[in-house]
Design a protein around this ligand. Structure first.
Ligand code: EPU
Length: 347
């Protein structure tokens, strides 16, 4: 097992902010994970587990403990019948490699989530979603190391309590479980219209007949749309959507629609409506602005790019300014989407 010392978190997170972690270890097996965790516990050393670092904001103080880089791999088909295929993927697998693998097999379920950065193990934490699909739609269960009981457990779909960009892993059970693999069920039917609005428009513009669409066509379309709208974290440091879309009471959205008739809205339930954070920020004229070194992305204002931030304080100042501006105009308080790398996982 390779343990490195004094590694800048700016090199482990796509936002490229953050001071040093005392120790960083790559873990490739469940045994290694358990051993390392128990060792840290004996030493009273805090532990934090990361995957791709693409949805994580680190702090300038760094991390006074051990960062476990989850690289537990393997993709295995565990069940295959005429209508569905079940796949178990190691938490350390790259998410988009799994998407490509399933699309190559003509399996449907996660093709619209092509191109999302990060690892399989991080996907359930924030119930990743894009272009009409979310992880919860294909998720069956996951295996995790339970740091409280020092055992490996299986958590079912119900156990995970998924909702929009949320699960127990970033809610009530924060820090308790370390996901080691995810089991998903895929179906063998062709993707059927109606498609997510942006996809539908793309297909129409490319003169693709919606009834002939395959999972490969959806994957290619999503990768193309993302390339034009979202900054590549390898080129422009960012953590994807920096804010969650706002879920507000329906009466409030209806009220805003009286003034802003072009405001995009998505029904959540009878009483709630989702409003895109990108639209709210753009309508405050912040798109393209550089605030404390953080740039509101030109392609989608929900993304903040680290243009020239000198550290976490700049990011925090930019975040507060954007939240305040949106609140003053719309009386809606935006919430940060990426997690913060703090001392939440205590050995
Ligand atoms: N919009 C604007 N201005 C903007 C951005 C968006 O007016 O600057 C409007 C668009 O015109 C559209 C609506 O808002 O009418 C929705 O925009 P889009 O389809 O681009 O998606 P989004 O709501 O901004 C969400 C996810 C993305 C995901 C896309 C596609 C969240 C916080 N973000 O963004 O996820 O790729 O839908 O499904 O839910 C991520 O989580 O990191 C992420 C990129």
């Amino acid at each position: 097992m390779n343990v490195q010392t004094n590694i800048p978190l700016s090199t482990l997170t796509t936002m490229k902010i953050g001071g040093n972690a005392n120790y960083v270890a790559d873990v490739t097996s469940k045994d290694e994970l358990q051993q390392l965790y128990q060792n840290s516990k004996k030493l009273n050393q805090p532990v934090y587990v990361i995957g791709g670092g693409s949805n994580l904001i680190a702090h300038d103080e760094g991390f006074p403990g051990l960062i476990i880089h989850n690289k537990i791999g393997s993709i295995t088909i565990t069940d295959d019948n005429p209508t569905a295929t079940t796949i178990v993927a190691g938490a350390g697998e790259i998410w988009d490699d799994l998407v490509k693998y399933t699309v190559d097999l003509e399996l449907s379920g996660i093709e619209a989530m092509s191109g999302i950065p990060g690892t399989v193990g991080a996907a359930p934490v924030q119930n990743i979603g894009a272009y009409g699909q979310e992880l919860a739609d294909t998720f069956v269960s996951c295996e995790a190391y339970d740091t409280t009981t020092d055992t490996f457990v299986t958590l079912t779909w119900e156990d995970c309590k998924f909702s929009y960009r949320h699960s127990i892993f970033r809610g009530e059970a924060t820090g308790r479980y370390i996901i080691t693999s995810v089991t998903m069920s895929f179906n063998k039917t062709k993707p059927e219209p109606p498609f997510y609005d942006a996809l539908d428009k793309y297909l129409t513009a490319k003169h693709i007949d919606p009834t002939t669409v395959t999972v490969q066509i959806i994957r290619d379309a999503v990768l193309d749309i993302r390339m034009n709208k979202l900054p590549d974290p390898r080129v422009l440091p960012n953590a994807g959507s920096f804010f969650k879309n706002a879920i507000v009471e329906k009466w409030k959205a209806d009220d805003l629609l009286n003034t802003y008739s072009d405001m995009p809205t998505y029904p959540v339930d009878d009483q709630h409506t989702k409003i895109p954070a990108g639209w709210l920020i753009e309508t405050c004229n912040l798109k393209g602005e550089v605030i404390h070194g953080m740039k509101v992305h030109d392609g989608n204002a929900v993304v903040l790019v680290n243009d020239a931030a000198t550290g976490y304080a700049d990011l925090a100042a930019a975040r507060e300014q954007i939240i305040d501006t949106v609140r003053d105009k719309f009386q809606i308080v935006l919430e940060q989407e990426p997690l913060e790398l703090t001392l939440i996982v205590q050995a």
